[in-house]
Design a protein around this ligand. Structure first.
Ligand code: ADP
Ligand code: GLC
Length: 486
């Protein structure tokens, strides 16, 4: 009998996406399905998801859910891959304008504890004997981040589920902490509200619930698995993580190679591959034209696609940007987030027309075009659980320039002499997480781009010929699932 896995997530590409969690939730289940796992996704019934899922049909109704009473469970198929998806049809919670976590102005939805409490509760119910769905009962509930963090607690404390639970930690910075009255109003037993449970500094913590009650813990890179056990990266949960140290697996994310592949990317005017980079030059020119940069094939074009938050470290780029421009570089940035960062970049763009292009907002096609058209990709994150953009950079022949943390440290190999000699060099790693460190690293890359074409071609080739798909990591998840049910 194949293993049955319920993969619970709050965002799934191409249905709805704010970041890398959606990429992983869209592509990892497909890879696991290809390995023979009987996997189904569970997600909220956002309008966007209801509109894009195929063959969507009614399965059952769940009653007695906190705050909302009942909700319908529908089942549909992912476009393209056909992976099956359960959605929770609760229009009062999920069918609104705006994003999955916040309204159009970026204000978090006030009822997020209910919205994701219900998601967690439904995951727990579907894994237990209380589930009305008798012909498909999961062996494992695979939870992702705080939004599904209460599921392991409900499974253990209220649903008496026999299934095993796994929490994958994609980002310790987001924990879902709410006032203690939510404990009873979400139907959790008060006994769990303690240090040995889901209490965290006088609040109910969704993520701590998962870390405490889940049968297994994974995170998205080996380096981050170690980092989250320290006070710098554990965001307060390092103590409890250290106690479960030997149980934490770090499994590096893969990329969806049908979606992110310069040989068949429908967002590009020309496709290209490692052995023929002519198309990349055309994509660069088209990109320069599109975002209002001077058409200059020789100018080193730096690319950024990112949430603009403290995590991503792009504030380190601000004080050095003018120097880079004066040194002949161009910058194209796509992103959104903290208003201070957005306007600081916009100001520099205004002062440097034709050399700095700042594009605020979310734009899927442009993200691909930057990944392909830029000469190098800038990602100086202060912490980065895995990071997908640096992997896309490798695949697109756009060497990543990164800080040595988390998944960046696990995937980007600095282009120093030793790594050229052993044939692994694929990007540039900062020696120090500072503006000076970033500037030095970018100059090193620019110098090679301008003066050492042999080495530049070599690093492009090394990155582009890596196997960045899910094969290896999906097998590691499978081994973990098998270990959990044994
Ligand atoms: P994180 O999930 O922390 O934001 P990742 O590198 O794992 O970081 O994933 C980010 C994903 O979101 C990538 O697929 C990236 O292309 C995408 N992305 C980020 N910002 C934007 C944007 N403004 N427009 C389009 N895609 C974006
Ligand atoms: C989070 C992390 C990012 C990771 C992504 C998918 O958003 O910030 O580093 O790649 O999850 O796992």
């Amino acid at each position: 009998m194949p293993l049955k896995v319920l993969f619970a997530s709050s965002e799934v590409f191409p249905l709805i996406k704010t970041g890398g969690l959606a990429d992983v939730s869209g592509s990892l289940p497909t890879a696991l399905k290809n390995l023979g796992v009987d996997i189904r996704i569970l997600m909220p019934g956002y309008s966007q998801a209801l509109a894009k899922l195929q063959n969507l049909h009614y399965i059952t109704t769940l009653d007695y859910l906190s705050h909302i009473g009942s909700a319908e469970i529908l089942l549909g198929d992912m476009p393209e891959t056909g992976v099956q998806v359960y959605v929770i049809k609760a229009p009062q919670l999920y069918e609104r304008d705006g994003g999955p976590y916040a309204d159009v102005n970026g204000q978090e939805w006030q009822d997020n504890p209910i919205r994701f409490g219900v998601l967690s509760k439904v995951a727990a119910i579907l894994s237990s004997n209380n589930s009305p769905i008798k012909d498909w009962q999961p062996d494992i509930v695979h939870c992702n981040d705080w939004q599904t963090g209460l599921a392991p607690a409900y499974m253990r404390l209220t649903e008496n589920s026999k299934a095993k639970s796994l929490i994958s930690l994609h980002n310790m910075a987001f924990q879902g902490c709410y006032a203690p009255h939510w404990v009873t109003s979400l139907g959790l037993p008060n006994a769990g509200y303690s240090i040995e449970g889901f209490e965290y500094h006088g609040q109910l913590s969704f993520l701590k619930a998962a870390v405490f009650y889940a049968d297994a813990i994974s995170t998205v890179s080996p380096r981050y698995a170690k980092e989250i056990q320290t006070s710098t990266f554990g965001f307060g949960l390092e103590g409890i993580l250290t106690k479960r140290s030997h149980e934490i697996r770090g499994i590096l994310n893969g990329i969806e190679t049908n979606e992110w592949n310069p040989q068949c990317d429908s967002h590009l005017v020309e496709t290209y591959c490692a052995n023929n980079l002519a198309g990349k030059a055309i994509v660069k020119k088209t990109l320069q034209e599109k975002v209002g940069l001077h058409l200059d094939a020789d100018a080193p074009l730096l690319g950024v696609v990112s949430r603009l938050t403290y995590q991503k470290g792009l504030d380190m780029l601000l004080p050095i940007l003018q120097k880079l421009v004066e040194g002949g570089c161009q910058l194209v940035l796509l992103g959104g987030g903290e208003h201070g960062l957005e306007s600081a970049f916009q100001n520099i763009a205004q002062q440097n027309p034709g050399r700095v292009s700042v594009n605020i907002g979310y734009n899927e096609p442009l993200s691909h075009q930057i990944m392909a058209g830029a000469d190098m990709f800038i990602m100086p994150s202060r912490f980065e659980p895995c990071g997908l953009n640096q992997l896309y950079g490798l695949a697109y022949g756009t060497p990543p320039i990164v800080n040595a943390t988390g998944g960046l440290a696990d995937s980007v190999i600095d282009s120093n002499d030793a790594n050229f000699a052993n044939g692994t060099a694929n990007g540039f790693v900062m020696v120090e997480a500072s503006s000076e460190g970033l500037l030095a690293c970018i100059w090193r890359a620019v110098h090679m781009f301008r003066h050492d074409k042999n080495r530049w071609d070599k690093i492009l080739h090394n990155g582009m010929s890596q196997n960045l798909g899910w094969d290896k990591s999906a097998n590691e998840y499978l081994a973990l699932y098998e270990h959990m049910v044994r």
